[in-house]
Design a protein around this ligand. Structure first.
Ligand code: 13P
Ligand code: SF4
Length: 307
């Protein structure tokens, strides 16, 4: 996998810059291997808040690094490739959502963490896929609840919790495009397999799942299960941790509607070479204008308090 020369170089640069490497499970295995901390969006933001490192190198997508910067204004937050956007966060335009919010009486806007800093700044609270249920349940009953950005997560929560919510229309291009045909084929081939899904999938796909949860939730569920075969509806990057945890289980990742492996190409833009370059130059750096950061900090801090 990763040669010793690279590992030593990263270690040396990390100690020189007092840096910590935070990574999401969707990045390539060699990066998961050198990360100091791996997690879902909630755990990554909690870790970003409590680290005493001077530099946070974020191997994930842009909104994750921005979240770390909102929580840590005095630290340097660097992203190995500044073009690692999230299709969902990039789709949701703050101007449109602000207009939508203002059209309601007594609105309370919950925004999924997969969104821009500008959108966080006009939100009342932020949520991730692992704390969303808790957050929705905490909203005062007299409020008109609005949910942005992910329509699938919003609809899933509204139905599961039986809470009336107005849901914005955007979606993740990875999770919204799983092939139902391929799920059926896999069920036919592996009738004893358990099915786990991320709540960013649409309802007709979630209907097949026995377990629905965040990336960490899916990994923990599978680790604890007695079953030997699993059909999985999220990005296949999590396979590396699953295989590390148990070698006697089999994982089948569902393809997209074009018959391809359903990968998040932005997550894969993080590479070892770019990590070394970023640590050498302490760049590309995430910067956020202070007035905007303070506005975005409020709903994020409320989320961490409620989590
Ligand atoms: P998690 O918070 O579950 O890791 O999800 C992040 C994400 O972007 C899923 O597509
Ligand atoms: Fe964004 Fe989808 Fe990639 Fe997650 S999988 S980071 S929601 S584009």
């Amino acid at each position: 996998m990763l040669n010793k020369e690279y590992i030593d170089k990263i270690k040396e640069l990390k100690s020189k810059t007092n840096a910590i490497i935070l990574a999401h499970y969707y990045v390539n295995p060699e990066i998961q291997e050198i990360a100091d901390f791996l997690g879902d969006s909630l755990a990554l933001s909690q870790q970003a808040k409590k680290t005493d490192a001077d530099t946070i190198l974020f191997c994930g997508v842009h909104f994750m690094a921005e979240t770390a910067k909102i929580l840590n204004p005095t630290k340097k937050v660097i992203l190995p490739d500044i073009r690692t956007g999230c299709t969902l966060a990039d789709l949701s335009k703050v101007e449109d959502i602000e207009k939508w919010k203002n059209s309601f009486n007594n609105p309370f806007l919950i925004s999924y963490i997969n969104c821009s800093t500008k959108l966080k700044a006009i939100s009342d609270v932020i949520c991730t896929s692992s704390n969303a249920e808790k957050i929705v349940k905490s909203i005062p009953k007299d409020k008109t609840i609005l949910f942005a950005t992910d329509k699938n997560l919003g609809s899933y929560l509204s139905k599961k919790l039986d809470v009336k919510m107005h849901v914005w229309k955007d979606y993740c291009r990875v999770h919204n495009t799983f092939s139902e045909e391929h799920i059926k084929e896999l069920i036919n081939e592996h009738p004893n397999a358990d099915i786990a899904a991320h709540p960013e999938c649409p309802e007709h796909i979630l209907n097949y799942a026995k377990y629905i949860g965040s990336t960490t939730g899916i990994i923990n569920y599978i680790n604890k299960s007695e079953r030997k075969e699993f059909i999985i509806l999220t990005e296949p990057g999590i396979k590396y941790q699953l295989e590390k945890n148990s070698t006697d289980k089999q994982y089948f990742f569902v393809k997209n509607e074009c018959g391809q492996n359903n990968i998040c190409i932005n997550m894969k833009k993080n590479t070892i070479e770019k990590i070394i370059e970023a640590l050498e130059n302490l760049s590309p750096e995430i910067t956020i204008e202070e007035e905007l950061r303070l506005k975005a900090l409020k709903p994020l801090e409320l989320m961490l308090e409620l989590s």
